[in-house]
Design a protein. Structure first.
Length: 59
């Protein structure tokens, strides 16, 4: 039950722009095991990049 409660208290994040700065600087934070936020949506003019990041984060 505590696991479910902690997941409900997490921040949901939408990413606009999936380029190099996101991939190399920001994304690694969201892959850390004890992070307090989840990526739930991504958007980018480059649809391939957006699709790649959506798969990476199950967004």
């Amino acid at each position: 039950m505590l696991k479910e409660e902690s997941k409900m208290n997490r921040i949901k994040v939408g990413i606009v722009g999936c380029g190099g700065i996101f991939r190399n600087l920001h994304a690694p934070y969201y892959e850390e095991p004890n992070r307090c936020a989840d990526i739930v949506a991504v958007a980018d003019l480059d649809t391939d990049s957006a699709s790649e990041q959506a798969k990476r984060f199950d967004a």
